[in-house]
Ligand binder design. Structure first.
Ligand SMILES: [Cu+2]
Length: 333
């Protein structure tokens, strides 16, 4: 079809599919308006039903849950995006289904003919540009606000974060990635190191994420936290716990052959349970702690001598092969 083709509005296929050829001599323009308003009505009604249904029934169960303010923020953002996207998807699907039902060529019926041009239609053009512009600009503003407002959205913000939480009491926890495990140091409890990540509830946690070798990524899914672990770099991420339970920690940066096994499970416990656990663990691991390098935001992996390693003499407490403290180095403590 070229621009020279005449508009074919007068050959509009009738709305009813059951009466092929029974073109309604009544105005085609009226027939078109009829389809248009019917489509809009179906779209508005379905959107008005399905959007709240999703938001109130499915929304509270959408991952990553509400274990921290960051996770809750991610869940809320997803729900808002879904509620905005659903009517767009519905608009396309409803039009397609409507077109298939109403305007298909029936077997043995007349050849289908094209309707009138919609190009050059001022209302459609303006409506399209305005609605898409409003949606995109709103989402850009919403996304920016949601990134800043809760304090970096649980992402690693680098060593000097610009979006910091307002909480007065912040618990620092160091996350150390290495091939192929995670360990955690608690500087406010003597700097002990453990492979258990235990956090108190109702507490803002500052994760100081670093690596001893290659690039890893600390991904505590249910906490809504994900921060790259780079060697010689302190990557800071925040989250405020608000729900008891367990969460998974995975490495989210391909880091070698056992990357897929680089995970463990953490716990959010009550503040009382946490301080009891932290004091007990600090006591239990006091000999190990003396062998560790002093707490620092980053570590030079081979700082402990020619045989290298963050642990003196490669005496790695978490390795299945080497026994921690078997051959403590002379400078260890
Ligand atoms: Cu890794």
């Amino acid at each position: 079809m070229s621009d020279k083709d005449p508009p074919v509005g007068s050959e509009q296929v009738p709305a009813g599919t059951g009466a092929p050829g029974a073109a309604d001599p009544g105005a085609p323009a009226a027939d078109q308006t009829h389809h248009w308003w019917r489509l809009i009505a179906i779209w508005v009604v379905l959107s008005a039903i399905l959007d709240p249904l999703f938001y109130y029934l499915a929304g509270p169960h959408i991952p990553p849950g509400t274990m921290t303010n960051m996770a809750q923020g991610a869940q809320f953002d997803f729900n808002v995006l879904f509620v905005i996207a659903l009517p767009v998807v519905l608009g396309v699907w409803i039009y397609l289904i409507y077109a298939i039902v109403m305007w298909r060529a029936s077997r043995g019926g007349p050849e289908p003919v094209a309707g009138p041009y919609s190009r050059g239609h001022l209302g459609i053009q303006v409506g399209w540009i305005v609605s898409t512009t409003v949606i995109v600009l709103f989402l850009a503003g919403f996304g920016t606000y949601e990134l800043v407002q809760p304090g970096g959205s649980g992402g690693g913000e680098g060593s000097s974060p610009i979006w910091t939480p307002t909480s007065q009491t912040i618990l620092p926890v160091q996350v150390i990635g290495q091939q192929w495990k995670w360990t955690y140091r608690y500087p406010t409890f003597g700097g002990f190191e453990t492979d258990q990540l235990v956090l108190p509830n109702d507490t803002t946690v500052e994760f100081n994420v670093t690596s001893l070798d290659v690039v890893h990524s600390f991904w505590a899914y249910q906490l809504g936290v994900k921060a790259d672990a780079n060697p010689n770099y302190n990557n800071v991420a925040y989250a405020t716990t608000q729900q008891l339970g367990s969460f998974t920690v995975r490495c989210d940066e391909l880091c070698g052959i056992w990357h897929g096994a680089m995970y463990n499970t953490g716990q959010v416990v009550t503040r009382q349970q946490f301080s009891a656990w932290a004091r007990l663990t600090a006591f239990r691991l006091r000999k190990n702690t003396r062998l560790l390098p002093p707490y620092a935001l980053t570590y030079t992996p081979d700082a402990n001598g020619a045989d290298g390693g963050y642990y003196p003499n490669n005496a790695d407490p978490y390795s299945k092969v080497e026994q921690y403290g078997a051959t403590p180095s002379q400078g260890g403590g």
